[in-house]
Each structure stands twice: as C-alpha cells, then as structure tokens.
Design a protein around this ligand. Structure first.
Ligand SMILES: Nc1ncnc2c1ncn2[C@@H]1O[C@H](COP(=O)(O)OP(=O)(O)OP(=O)(O)O)[C@@H](O)[C@H]1O
Ligand SMILES: [Mg+2]
Length: 273
C-alpha cells in the first residue's frame, strides 16, 4: 500500500496515514541510531504554508520519537542546499503541491510564498483522464500513469511517440500516448507561470531584476524534459528571465535539511516534549 500522509500538502490525520508517517520517522531515527540518552533534533520540511492543524498533526506524529524540531519550507531547504539563499525564486514541483517562494537571505514568510495544488499527483490525474478519453474502455490505474509520466514527461518541441501497453476491455493493446503526455505536462505551464509572475510582482521593485534572473526549478516535477526553457518562454513577458533546474531534484530538500541540521544553533529548535 502506498500512503500519502501529506496529500495535497495537508497532513492527513486518519489512523493509517498517521501510522505510516510514524513508522517512517521511526525508520529514519533507526538509521541514525542515537544512544539512549541522546536528544533527537529534527529538521522538518513542509510545503510553504503550515497551518495550525498541520503543525498539531506533525507534532502528534513526532512526539515520543523526536525531542525538538525546526520546521522550514521545502523551497528554503532547497535554496540552502545549493547556496542560493541570497536572492532567488525557488519553484518546488512536488507530488502534492507546487511551492513557489521568494528567497532573500532569511527564512521566507507567508507573504513570500505561494502554494498551488497543481503538481505531480494532479498531473497524473489529468493524464489519466486524457488517456481514458482517447482510449475508451482502457483499464488504467494512477500508478501506471505515474510510471509512464516519469519515464517520458516532456514539454515543448515536436510531439514524440511513447508506446505503452494497456488493457482495453480486457484485451492487451499497444498504444501511443506521446501526444497526451505532452498535452498533460503543458497544462502545468500556465499554472506555474502565473504563480511565478505573482511572486515577482509582489516583490520589492528594486529587487525584482535579481529574482527574475534566478528562478530555480526543483522537486520531482522539474524532471519534465524541456521544462526550464518552456517556463522561461511562458513568463518572458515580464522581462529577461533566467530559469534553471537543480541537479538531483528529488534529494535537494533532504540535502538542505541535513545541512541546516549541521549549521543551525540549538535555539532554532522548538521543544515538543
Ligand atoms: N521524470 C519525471 N517527470 C515528471 N514528474 C516526475 C518525474 N520523476 C518524478 N516525478 C514526479 O515528482 C513527484 C515527486 O516529487 P518530490 O519527491 O519532489 O515530491 P514530494 O516532496 O514527495 O511532494 P510535496 O513536495 O508535494 O510534498 C511525483 O509526482 C513524481 O511522479
Ligand atoms: Mg517536496
């Protein structure tokens, strides 16, 4: 079973999801193997906006296993990992949410961030619908669609051929979904583009050129081929922009969290005992 304790960026508080989240934390702590008397401090990365309810759910998950926590946003952790906290816009295209944040020196506040629901899970659903519409009777699951997307996602350029095999009314069939993959990925572009424009527009005008010049795509969604170029074209009406993708986007948030854990003083953590 695949659990999504942070589906759509919201901490789920049903029993199964809470248990999965707790088991994951226990596993992480086991890998660190602390001594009996050690205090465990955790850096937790969350989508841009953590509501009070989310925080309570988080604490419920961690209590008894972790002594103190520091909650930072995923875009900030990413910027920290790659040494770009000086001035950048980080666009973290995850599974549940896309988080877009202005980063300028310190921890971003709520005003520096926009979260939209259009991200990987949403893309899977859009693609699934497109496939179901074109191949009537096709028997497809979300996980099949996600795999196809991860293998072949792209935007811009010519339509490609992507052959997959699926069952249509019980009969195995090879079909080309290359056009549908492009179409689904394209749907993300205006959503992300508009959110970036908003984040730029609401920034201090003196600072806007710096931000436009350093727009960083991260998260699994940034692996969509051609994405940086396509996003740059989408927002080119706001002036000269520079859009680029981080390396190893699936690990950047965790890398940043680890670096923060190494560098931040104890008083940055909040006790949850
Ligand atoms: N090559 C790829 N092309 C498009 N999407 C991809 C690719 N590889 C992974 N993804 C998608 O990236 C998403 C996972 O990314 P990531 O690990 O950054 O998300 P997350 O941190 O778990 O989610 P969130 O940030 O919303 O909490 C999934 O939706 C996955 O399908
Ligand atoms: Mg993420």
């Amino acid at each position: 079973n695949l659990y999504r304790p942070m589906a759509a960026g919201v901490a789920q508080d049903d029993e199964a999801n809470l248990a999965a989240a707790k088991a994951f934390v226990s596993h992480l702590i086991e890998t660190v193997d602390p001594e009996e008397f050690d205090e465990v401090f955790g850096v937790i990365c969350s989508p841009s906006h953590v509501s009070f309810t989310d925080k309570s759910n988080l604490v419920a998950t961690l209590r008894g296993q972790v002594n103190a926590i520091m909650v930072v946003t995923e875009p900030f952790a990413t910027a920290f990992a790659i040494g770009e906290i000086g001035g950048s816009i980080v666009v973290d295209i995850g599974a549940g949410t896309t988080d877009i944040a202005r980063i300028h020196g310190t921890f971003p506040t709520d005003e520096d961030q926009v979260t939209i629901q259009e991200a990987g899970d949403w893309l899977d659903l859009e693609l699934k619908n497109l496939i179901a519409k074109k191949f009537t009777g096709a028997q497809i699951t979300k996980d099949m669609v996600r795999k196809w997307k991860e293998e072949s996602s792209y935007v811009g350029g010519d339509v490609r051929t992507v052959e997959v095999s699926l069952s249509v009314d019980g009969k195995s069939q090879n079909v080309d979904i290359g056009d549908l993959i492009q179409e689904a990925c394209e749907l993300l572009i205006p959503k992300v583009g508009n959110a970036i424009k908003r984040i730029v527009a609401e920034a201090d005008p003196e600072y806007q050129p710096v931000l436009r010049n350093n727009i960083i795509l991260s998260g699994g969604g940034s692996l969509i081929e051609g994405l940086a170029e396509r996003v740059a074209r989408e927002i080119s009406d706001i002036g000269d922009v520079n859009v680029w993708c981080v390396e190893n986007p699936l690990e950047k948030v965790a890398e940043g969290a680890l670096m923060l854990a190494g560098e931040m003083p104890d008083d940055m953590y909040t006790s949850i005992n």
